[in-house]
Design a protein around this ligand. Structure first.
Ligand code: MG
Ligand code: MG
Length: 248
């Protein structure tokens, strides 16, 4: 069931989303060679809780971390642990925060130190693919318009679109209907209406789109070990377009 949020509910989601945004900003100066993903997890959790919010992912389906930390060929759902970041790595950090019962969800991928040109290209175009998807959002558009725009952009830059994982509706649950795939046909799928809130989240690979899940039952990696990037925003459908809730 797709829920429509009231203005009041969207205001609360904007607060939750802004906490997610500020958690990302807070982590930025720590993203250096030598820090472990577990340390990042602890920093994020402490910050989120200091804002009267709860990390959305902690314990979600049994997930052990407060945030997801996915390095290089890891696509999403990396579990924070003792791995240390190295110069030349890229790390996707996915953060969810729940404030007064409403969730915000957003992922950014960062370079650690100096990264190679291929990884720069991947980050730049995955972030842009997110905005190509967001630009489709308005009442009367369809979910397939978002996926079609992301897929067309990824194809143009020869990046592999991960199809096994999709964006989603969001509200009092971190994952709600509808599914928001990063591929699809324009003019198909559920109709977007004012008051819907969705998380749009392209996951693009420098190589093949194929992925597999590790034995930890969480971490998703690329089949060909090529690097992968992930950018995500929580976006509300407004009267005449959209509003990004996981921003400033
Ligand atoms: Mg997320
Ligand atoms: Mg999400």
């Amino acid at each position: 069931m797709i829920t429509i949020k009231s203005n009041r509910e969207i205001e609360l989601m904007k607060i939750a989303g802004n906490i997610v945004y500020r958690t990302h900003e807070y982590l930025k100066p720590f993203l250096k060679e030598g820090i472990t993903t577990k340390e990042l997890d602890r920093l994020a959790e402490t910050f989120i809780r200091s804002q009267d919010a709860i990390p959305s992912f902690k314990g979600y389906g049994g997930f052990p971390g407060s945030i997801c930390t996915s390095i290089n060929n890891q696509v999403v759902h990396g579990i924070p642990g003792n791995r240390k970041l190295k110069n030349g790595d890229i790390i996707s950090i996915d953060i969810g925060a729940c404030y007064r019962g409403f969730h915000g969800d957003s992922a950014w991928t960062h370079p650690i130190g100096k990264i190679d040109e291929d990884k720069k290209y991947l980050l730049k175009h995955t972030e842009q693919a997110l905005y190509e998807g967001i630009k489709q959002v308005r009442p009367g558009a369809r979910v397939g318009d978002i996926g079609a725009a992301i897929e067309a952009y990824a194809n143009k830059y020869q990046l592999g679109v991960v199809k096994e994982l999709v964006g989603h509706g969001i509200g009092t649950n971190v994952h709600e209907d509808p599914e928001v795939p990063n591929y699809g046909q324009k003019g198909t799928g559920p109709l977007l209406k004012e008051g819907m809130v969705i998380a749009i989240e392209p996951m693009l690979n420098l190589g093949s789109p194929d992925v597999y899940i590790l034995d930890d039952n969480w971490t998703i990696e690329t089949d060909d070990e090529s690097p992968s990037a992930h950018f995500e925003h929580t976006v509300a459908v407004t009267k005449d377009g959209y509003k990004i809730l996981t921003g400033e």
